[in-house]
Design a protein around this ligand. Structure first.
Ligand code: ITT
Length: 193
C-alpha cells in the first residue's frame, strides 16, 4: 500500500523510507505532495504527531504516517524537547541550535551531560482510526559536533555504549538503536503481526 509521510523534514523522510519500504509500503512525502505544514500546537510529542498525521490523512484521503521527535536534555529539564526544531530558528540552522544546547548546559553547571532522543510515530487512516507509538534512545552530549551523516542534533549525540556520534554513523547502524527505530519496532509489533 501507499503511505503518506506527513513530514517536511528531508532527514526524517530518508529514515522513514529506510524503515517502512522493506515492508513493501510505498512512502510518499508531504514534500512530494506539496502538503501544507500544520502548526504544532500540542504540548507533547504524541499530540503533535497525531495532529500532523490527521491533517495529512484529511488532505489526501490516504493513510498518513507522521513523526514528532526531539532531543530532551536531562539538566535542562527536558529542553529543547518538542521545541527542538524551533531552537534552530528560521531558516533552520542546527549549528545554532547545537551551540545553544551546549551554552545552556554550561550555564546550568555542566554536571550531567545525559540526554535522550524521543520519537512519536502516528498513523491515521482515512476512516479516522489512529495509532501512536513512542520510542527513545539514551545517550550523552559531546562538544564540538562530529560527523555529517545524519541530520538535526545528530553530531552532538552519542548513544549509551557507543563511541561515534549519530552524525558519524552509517544509517544502518543508527537504525539499529535510534528512537525512530524503537518507535517503528513497536508500531510493527502492534500493527503488522
Ligand atoms: P516535520 O514537523 O515536518 O516532521 P520538523 O523538523 O519540524 O519536521 P519536529 O517538529 O518533530 O520535526 O522537530 C524535531 C526536531 O528534532 C528535528 O528538526 C530535528 O532537528 C530533531 N531530531 C529529531 N529526530 C532526530 C534525529 O534522529 N537526529 C537528530 N535530530 C533529530
Amino acid at each position: 500500500g501507499r503511505l503518506v509521510a506527513a513530514t517536511h523534514n528531508k532527514g526524517k523522510v530518508r529514515e522513514l523510507k529506510d524503515l517502512f519500504e522493506p515492508l513493501g509500503l510505498e512512502v510518499v512525502s508531504a514534500i512530494d505532495l506539496d502538503l501544507p505544514e500544520p502548526e504544532e500546537t500540542e504540548n507533547s510529542f504524541t499530540g503533535n504527531a497525531l495532529l500532523k498525521a490527521r491533517a495529512a490523512a484529511e488532505k489526501t484521503g490516504a493513510p498518513a504516517l507522521s513523526d514528532d521527535s526531539g532531543l530532551s536534555v536531562t539538566l535542562l529539564d527536558g529542553a529543547p524537547g518538542i521545541y527542538s526544531a524551533r531552537w534552530a530558528g528560521e531558516p533552520r540552522d542546527f549549528g545554532v541550535a547545537m551551540a545553544r544546547v551546549e551554552q545552556e548546559l554550561q550555564a546550568a553547571g555542566n554536571s550531567d551531560r545525559s540526554a535522550k532522543f524521543v520519537c512519536a510515530l502516528a498513523v491515521v487512516w482515512p476512516d479516522g482510526h489512529e495509532e501512536v507509538f513512542e520510542g527513545e534512545v539514551h545517550g550523552e552530549l559531546v562538544w564540538p559536533p562530529r560527523g555529517d551523516k545524519g541530520f538535526g542534533y545528530d553530531p552532538i549525540f552519542v548513544a549509551d555504549g557507543e563511541v561515534m556520534t549519530f552524525g558519524e554513523m552509517d544509517p544502518d547502524r543508527k537504525h539499529a538503536m535510534s528512537h525512530r527505530a524503537d518507535a517503528f519496532s513497536k508500531l510493527k509489533a502492534a500493527l503488522l503481526s
